[in-house]
Design a protein around this ligand. Structure first.
Ligand SMILES: Cc1cc2nc3c(=O)[nH]c(=O)nc-3n(C[C@H](O)[C@H](O)[C@H](O)COP(=O)(O)OP(=O)(O)OC[C@H]3O[C@@H](n4cnc5c(N)ncnc54)[C@H](O)[C@@H]3O)c2cc1C
Length: 515
């Protein structure tokens, strides 16, 4: 059976950015050798992934301003693309995005004209369209020069096995038939691990959405509308959201722009241990960034990675006092990383896999559009955030009742019943993942889960095993000279890493035997 040179599993931006860099390298080096590349994607859409393609709403915005969202190497070309294609995307977006789009365009087109990039939070599909256009143009050039043959395979990879010196990737096609692809090099670029299932609701009339992006946000909106319309205006027409991360605030933003659904929903209750939604971003230029807790350590106080992280947490609180001031947060993190250096490798691993993630959760943030809409719905008492830990959702008639633990750990029952539950919680550890691929590669010891439970351990060549690479959020929690991030759910960091991975994949010595 034929052996492909490089196979990428997943066709989100982590994969696409890597493919772009592979193409650039090949076009620049003009080796004359034709390589074969396979890209396996379980969704029908290639090149965009979950946040930047049709599984998200067209109205979903970037978490940070477009200036921070785009890596500095890509800023100029992306901003030029935005301006050059403005009439085309603005017209399309106005037609597709309803009230939310009209308001966004009114507020943001003048800012784009004035290049006020630090104040614009763009609809994420812009980036998906940009990146797709870019990869397709390079693909055409590659094919004309016969430098690569690229195969797009619509299937889910369910396992990877080592056989006779190459990897065999087991695939399940949409019609549930199976096949294998054999490949010399494989990249797992499957995004973050899927969300943890929170309950098994099978009550007639109650909608349980385990993953809002599956099959797509628009499909889930239609499901909710249909269910709520059927029941009419009942007092139980409430929505429970489990978790208060970026997707929860995004949901409120989308809901506010859907008058037909909004009028059917009495109340949206968001339950989370933090009891708060992501905070607003403050761009105030502060003359000072006081770090009194870190300063005590700098002055000679004895410390461990735990006490250093506690000190960082106390100083980050100061940086969040009037909104998330990210320059101030960067000062705290910078000092923390410097003080971590003498503590050794184990301490670093603990920081990137455990303490750093806790610090990151403190400064979850979102832009002014999301925040103002969330505040509007809270002020109108259409939405509320409940501080507590979800225990279970108990069937009750044709709705469901929320049981939870309050901030003091006491069991409580929420006074309203719900017609819909949306799971916006985190993912399972990889050794329990509902992704068959991730479950298998970890439990069959092909890859090692790192201390965070959410990432795969790799070396500084991105390898989890010889010629088996990882790209995207699954790299989080690694500490080596190239990869040292506690989270990689970040387009800018992926853009930074992609050229390094492309070079590793094209290290021809390792794949020479193909020619
Ligand atoms: C809703 C949302 C909003 C976000 N907003 C921002 C933002 O504003 N700014 C920012 O910097 N980052 C944001 N992120 C972070 C984002 O995850 C990264 O920026 C980036 O999209 C990760 O890319 P990826 O390709 O690794 O993941 P994904 O986009 O998840 O793509 C992975 C792809 O792999 C496919 N796949 C998975 N398993 C298999 C399999 N077994 N076989 C075949 N195919 C498979 C999936 O279908 C998917 O298309 C957001 C993430 C989400 C989910």
């Amino acid at each position: 059976m034929e052996v492909v040179d490089i196979t990428l599993i997943g066709s989100g931006v982590a994969s696409t950015l890597t493919v772009i860099e592979i193409f650039r390298e090949l076009l620049n080096s003009l080796t004359g050798k034709k390589i074969t590349i396979a890209i396996i994607e379980k969704n029908h859409e290639f090149w965009k992934g979950i946040p930047y393609g049709s599984r998200s709403s067209v109205n979903a915005l970037t978490i940070t301003s477009v200036y921070d969202f785009i890596n500095e190497n890509e800023r100029r070309p992306f901003f030029e693309w935005l301006k050059k294609n403005k009439d085309e995307w603005a017209g399309w977006y106005r037609e597709q995005g309803g009230l939310t789009a009209a308001r966004w365009l009114d507020n943001n087109l003048p800012r784009i004209d004035n290049e006020e990039w630090e104040t614009v939070y763009v609809p994420r599909f812009f980036f998906g369209n940009y990146i797709r256009e870019k990869v397709l143009a390079l693909l055409k050039a590659m094919e004309e020069k016969q430098l690569a043959e690229v195969r797009l395979i619509h299937a889910e990879a369910t396992d990877i096995k080592q056989k006779e010196g190459v990897y065999e990737i087991v695939l399940e096609q949409p019609d549930l038939t199976t096949s294998v692809v054999r490949s010399r090099k494989v990249v797992i670029a499957a995004g973050s691990a899927p969300v943890r299932k929170m309950c098994d609701l099978t009550i007639d009339g109650v909608v349980y959405i385990n993953d809002i992006y599956e099959p797509s946000v628009n499909d889930n909106i239609k499901r909710l509308e249909a269910a709520f319309e059927q029941t009419g205006n009942e007092p139980n027409n409430n929505v429970l959201i489990i978790g208060s991360n970026a997707s929860s605030i995004e949901w409120l933003y989308l809901l506010e722009g859907l008058p037909s659904l909004r009028k059917l929903v009495n109340k949206t209750v968001i339950i989370s241990p933090s009891g708060s939604l992501p905070i607003h971003i403050s761009t105030e230029a502060l003359t000072e960034h006081p770090t009194p807790n870190i300063d005590r350590i700098k002055a000679g106080e004895k410390y461990t990675i735990k006490t250093l992280s506690d000190a960082a947490a106390a100083d980050i609180k100061l940086a969040l006092k009037d909104g998330a001031n990210m320059d101030y947060v960067a000062t705290v993190i910078g000092s923390t990383l410097a003080l971590m250096e003498p503590l050794g490798e184990q301490a670093k691993k603990e920081f990137y896999c455990i303490y750093g993630i806790k610090l990151r959760d403190m400064f979850r943030r979102s832009g002014p559009e999301y925040k103002s809409v969330a505040n509007l719905l809270m002020d109108a008492e259409e939405a509320t955030v409940l501080k507590g830990r979800f225990t279970n959702a108990e069937p009750s008639g044709n709705s469901t009742i929320l049981h939870y633990q309050d901030a003091a750990g006491q069991p409580q029952t929420y006074p309203l019943a719900f017609k819909a539950v949306i799971n916006c919680s985190g993912s399972d550890n990889l050794d329990h993942s509902s992704s068959r691929l991730l479950y298998n590669v970890v439990n069959n010891n092909l890859c090692k889960m790192n201390m965070s439970g959410k990432g795969i351990e790799v070396n500084d060549k991105f390898e989890a095993a010889p010629n088996l690479y990882v790209m995207g959020p699954l790299l989080a929690g690694n500490v080596n000279k190239l990869i040292h991030f506690w989270q990689l759910e970040n387009a800018s960091r992926l853009t930074y890493l992609a050229p390094f991975l492309a070079k590793e994949l094209l290290a021809f010595a390792a794949i020479e035997s193909v020619y």
